[in-house]
Design a protein around this ligand. Structure first.
Ligand SMILES: Nc1ncnc2c1ncn2[C@@H]1O[C@H](COP(=O)(O)OP(=O)(O)O)[C@@H](O)[C@H]1O
Ligand SMILES: [Mg+2]
Length: 341
């Protein structure tokens, strides 16, 4: 059999094994973490929430390709730590395997900022709590200088994929990328009704969701604000507990089902996830009441002992692994069946 030409060339001109340069390593890692502007939005929002923000603002230009800026009023980053924040595997969130196994923050891998900085022009502007000055760090040049800002952080990401034209070609229209960015904010907003979210696009205010608090009523309020009053009118409350798993949220009545699965939100300990166990459990709960390809709508919040779920499965952290997936499947199924009965 004939080997492809490219393989032959490689075999004949074998190159020595070399360690890749830091920047290339980051660019490779960025391929996993950053697929499109919305991935950057997701990572920056995670960081803002981990910093304890009460109010976060996203600004977009050209669907996020020209500019993504996320502004928060969280704890900020001390000037001395700003350059470290952009390094790979640098994080303030975990320091040991034990902490990884019970991680309670959205981030922990310490790679998002480094990855983003390797494929875009980044500027971090931050003032740490208790400091009298803000500082800005230019990710490209490394220049650190005093700046003006209230306590909190702004991360500006310009010209995404400028150094990776191949990736840029995969981007859809600005309108589509913008819609994905808005969806990323929506997912966070549904998890955190206590935080104000605002989205600006091309200089216009696109969405703003006020703070409603943190209890069940607040969650319902936020669901209505984000998904519309119809979602609330056509859904019932879910509140179920089995063993170590608690499931709350809202489940759409069968009449609210849609042709696409675009209103199915699942959270595990506050993190938006896409998980086969959860979707399958939901699907089976609706089995008898939904026909054909109709897609149920729901927003489900699972609370489970962090030690019983592994969030370190995928670089984007959108997938999780449950230690006992049967337990989780049953809890979700019963939670929905009870609510819909
Ligand atoms: N908006 C922010 N406010 C405060 N600190 C931040 C913010 N964004 C990033 N940081 C700091 O920079 C570090 C690196 O961020 P990142 O690369 O996203 O990794 P991770 O979130 O996994 O720790 C964080 O651990 C945090 O200390
Ligand atoms: Mg992060």
């Amino acid at each position: 059999m004939n080997a492809p030409l490219s393989t032959l060339v490689l075999l004949n001109n074998r190159r020595p094994i070399r360690e890749l340069p830091e920047e290339l390593i980051s660019q490779i890692a960025a391929g996993e973490v950053v697929e499109r502007p919305a991935s950057v939005v997701r990572e920056l929002l995670d960081n803002a929430l981990d910093a304890g923000t009460t109010q976060v603002t996203l600004r977009l230009l050209a669907g996020g390709v020209r500019l993504i800026a996320v502004e928060d009023d969280g704890a900020g980053i001390p000037a001395g730590e700003l350059p470290i924040a952009l390094k790979r595997h640098a994080t303030s969130k975990i320091g040991s395997l034990a902490e990884l196994e019970s991680v309670g923050t959205m981030g922990f891998r310490g790679e998002a900022l480094a990855a983003i900085n390797s494929i875009a022009d980044c500027l971090i502007l931050s003032r740490a709590e208790g400091q009298s000055n803000a500082y800005s760090l230019d990710g490209r040049t490394g220049e650190l200088k005093p700046a003006a800002r209230a306590t909190g952080t702004t991360v500006q990401v310009k010209e995404l994929f400028y150094s990776v034209p191949a990736r840029r070609k995969f981007l859809k229209t600005d309108a589509t990328e913008q819609a994905h960015c808005v969806e990323a904010v929506r997912r966070h907003a549904l998890a955190r009704p206590d935080v104000v979210f605002a989205i600006w696009a091309e200089g216009r205010l696109l969405e703003q969701w006020r703070a409603c608090g943190i209890d069940e009523a607040a969650k319902t309020q936020r669901l209505g604000d984000v998904l519309g009053a119809d979602f609330i009118a056509q859904s019932v409350a879910v509140d179920y507990r089995a063993g170590s798993v608690r499931v709350s949220g809202r489940a759409g009545i069968p009449d609210a089902a849609r042709s696409r699965p675009d209103q199915q939100f699942c959270y595990v300990n506050g993190r938006f996830v896409r998980d086969k166990v959860l979707t399958h459990a939901a699907r089976s709960a609706y089995e008898d009441v939904l026909h054909g390809q109709r897609q149920p709508v729901y927003a489900l919040y699972l609370e489970i002992d962090p030690a019983r779920v592994d969030v370190n499965v995928h670089p984007t952290k959108i997938e999780v692994r449950f230690r006992d997936s049967r337990e989780v499947h049953q809890a979700v199924r019963h939670a929905l069946e009870n609510a819909l009965a």
